[in-house]
Ligand binder design. Structure first.
Ligand code: CP
Ligand code: NVA
Length: 305
């Protein structure tokens, strides 16, 4: 049996495929603006399983699949037999007999790998504690729409070295962008991912100093200080307070720097209202582009690209 085309993390997918997904996403977006909604996945069904809350991922995948002519089934993990101890692998084997692809949002990245390992159909990462590849694809699409090719541009990550930060490091390796991360040492991103991206020729630097990271950057990116499943809330607020993205920090970035955030945001914490609601903010386009990029991801996974 041929291995299904899983979309688990950016660093395990061919960079040419990732580029192609971005191109197709841009084409689908342009077509949709003209009223075009090609039914390329007619009769195909996507099952979505959520261990954690979601607004964008859930709605954009559902609309993507419906607009492509397919169907969607959406569950919280607790309402499946998974919630009563049926194994992830058995769930994968059973769903593989009913549907054409599975999207999972879960805590442990290992759970997603277990699902993919036992599934006969493609499995898509809807966010794990390790990474959030669909989001970063939408972010790159957004950046490129506004500023041209991401390759060679400088992205500054400021704040928690979390799942989003780790996926940006993978993107640096795959898309040739320069990435400067500013994180408290206690919340540093994966050294293994940094090593991987550097071995691919990417320039990835890690500092504790947010001003150094954003100096002259083309994009400034941050994320919530408390990700889903994080418990050490008070310590995090203390450690991350110096990493707030505010007008003073944005002033250190390039003149045309974009502000980016995957959302949901917490105004007054990781970003001020002035910045996220200001003219440099690209956050609503990032959210919209989830729809277009995930259509292209679904098409690639289901051999319809
Ligand atoms: N950015 C993102 O994945 O949002 P949701 O948690 O709402 O899906
Ligand atoms: N880092 C955040 C991203 C939410 C989309 C989290 O994992 O909760």
């Amino acid at each position: 049996m041929e291995t299904p085309r899983h979309f688990i993390d950016l660093h395990h997918i061919d960079s040419g495929v990732l580029q192609r997904i971005l191109e197709v996403a841009k084409e689908l977006k342009a077509a949709r603006r003209q009223g075009g909604r090609p039914k390329l996945l007619e009769g195909r069904t996507l099952a979505m399983i959520f261990e954690k809350n979601s607004t964008r991922t859930r709605v954009s995948f559902e609309v993507a699949m419906l607009e492509l002519g397919g169907n969607v089934l959406s569950f919280s993990s607790g309402e499946l037999q998974l919630g009563r101890g049926e194994t992830v692998a058995d769930t994968a084997r059973v769903l593989s007999r009913y549907v054409d692809a599975i999207m999972l949002r879960c805590h442990a990245h290992r759970t997603l790998e277990e699902l993919a390992g036992a599934a006969a159909i493609p499995v898509i990462n809807g966010l794990t504690n390790g990474c959030h590849p669909c989001q970063i694809m939408a972010d790159l699409m957004t950046f490129e729409e506004k500023r041209g090719p991401a390759a060679g541009k400088t992205f500054a990550w400021v704040g928690d070295g979390n799942n989003m930060a780790n996926t940006f490091i993978a993107a640096a390796g795959q898309f040739g962008l320069t990435l400067r991360l500013a994180c408290p040492p206690q919340l540093a991103p994966s050294q293994g991912m940094i090593k991987w991206a550097r071995e691919r020729g990417a320039t990835v630097t890690l500092t504790e100093n947010p001003v150094r990271a954003v100096a002259g950057a083309d994009a400034v990116i941050t994320d919530t200080w408390v990700s889903m499943g994080d418990r050490d809330t008070e310590t995090r607020y203390e450690l991350l307070a110096p990493y707030q993205v505010n007008a003073a920090l944005m002033a250190q970035a390039g003149k045309d720097a974009l502000f980016m955030h995957c959302l949901p945001a917490h105004r007054g914490e990781e970003v001020t209202a002035e910045v996220i609601d200001g003219p440099q903010s690209a956050v609503w386009d990032e959210a919209e582009n989830r729809l277009h990029v995930q259509k292209a991801i679904l098409l690639w996974c289901l051999h319809a690209l």
